[in-house]
Design a protein around this ligand. Structure first.
Ligand code: DAT
Ligand code: MG
Length: 153
């Protein structure tokens, strides 16, 4: 377990278009996780196909990739203790219909085709996804004021 564990979180095109960016970021901030990197991009189809490569044999792969490429996503890296597992718990279940109220999917969406948010499902996939979406220079090093400093580095 490490305080510097990192996960990749992306607000999908439906989450961006529905104006849920602020609500989603707020939940990660108030939980105490640290924002390391963030950008809004419309990813290429090749990029999203690579992102979901583990699902390439699923019947919904084509539609999922087309949807992820259809509009901007807000891509982020969040850091903190057990952030991969806790990020998944904050997301809810893969099927929004099975997601408990209080989770992001349980509070904001209802159908499997529009799940508003992506979160890495393991440390291994977090590392792969972070490397796919971000360059090292896009990850900003800073210490929190809560640790007695507001200066970067
Ligand atoms: P998760 O997003 O919870 O990690 P996943 O990686 O298994 O779930 O699937 C990626 C996305 O694909 C998911 O957010 C919604 C969509 N999806 C998953 N299962 C599906 C299905 N049976 N039919 C249609 N879309 C599906
Ligand atoms: Mg997944």
């Amino acid at each position: 377990m490490s305080n510097t564990e990192r996960t990749f979180i992306a607000i999908k095109p439906d989450g961006v278009q529905r104006g849920l960016v602020g609500d989603i970021i707020k939940r990660f901030e108030q939980r105490g996780f640290r924002l390391v990197a963030m950008k809004m991009i419309q990813a290429s189809e090749d990029h999203v196909k690579q992102h979901y490569i583990d699902l390439k044999d699923m019947p919904f792969y084509g539609g999922l990739c087309a949807f992820m490429h259809s509009g901007p996503v807000v891509a982020m890296i969040w850091e903190g203790l057990n952030v991969v597992k806790n990020g998944r718990l904050m997301l809810g279940e893969t099927n929004p219909a099975d997601s408990k109220p209080g989770s992001i999917r349980g509070d904001f969406c209802i159908t499997l085709g529009r799940t508003i948010i992506h979160g890495s499902d393991s440390l291994d996939s977090a590392n792969k996804e972070i490397a796919l979406w971000f360059k090292p220079e896009e990850m900003v090093e800073y210490k929190s004021c809560q640790n007695g400093s507001c200066m970067s580095k």
